[in-house]
Design a protein around this ligand. Structure first.
Ligand code: RTP
Ligand code: MG
Length: 149
């Protein structure tokens, strides 16, 4: 099933100039970038996005981190994109994430782990609506998908 998911290249990915290499992971896999925005997340938006973690010990640090510098927000579309992207990201903690995954290849941190990916269809819908208007998400012909699938 074709899905669209929300990916955020977190402030550490932007600061470390890893944007191009991380986007390439999704494109190389055959997924399509259908929305992209470099933006600064406000405290209010960070709170809404990570509402499920409110009250946890790492919550304040997480909001501080996510609002500290610009992020690159992506809408990514493709077959089973939500699950495929979560697998491309790897486990939350860079130490545990498998080599070959984004978190496994680029970091050793649990907090500064470079990327966010929606964890379910419900989260993807909610998060895409938080970060994008409908006309910021595009439909266009993909020429590589035909042979990748
Ligand atoms: P994300 O939501 O960012 O895609 O990450 P995730 O599903 O793999 O992990 P989640 O449990 O949802 O945690 C959200 C983000 O909070 C930070 N975190 N820090 N220091 C800690 O113990 C801790 N635990 C989580 C990470 O940035 C994690 O991605
Ligand atoms: Mg999560």
């Amino acid at each position: 099933m074709v899905e669209t998911t929300l990916i955020i290249l977190k402030p550490d990915a932007v600061q470390r100039q890893l944007m191009g290499r991380i986007i390439a992971r999704f494109e190389d896999k055959g997924l399509q970038v259908v929305g992209a925005k470099l933006m600064r997340i406000t405290e209010d938006l960070a709170g809404k996005h990570y509402a499920e973690h409110e009250g946890k010990p790492f919550y304040a640090g997480l909001v501080k981190f996510m609002t500290s510098n610009p992020v690159l927000v992506l809408a990514i579309r493709g077959d089973e994109a939500i699950e495929v992207c979560r697998r491309l990201l790897g486990k939350t903690n860079g130490i545990e994430a498998d080599p070959g995954t984004i978190r496994g290849d680029f970091g050793l941190s649990k907090g500064y782990n470079l990327v966010h990916g929606s964890d379910s269809a419900k989260s993807a819908k909610r998060e895409l609506e938080l970060f994008f208007t409908k006309d910021e998400i595009h439909t266009y012909e993909q020429t590589v998908g035909a042979w990748i699938t």
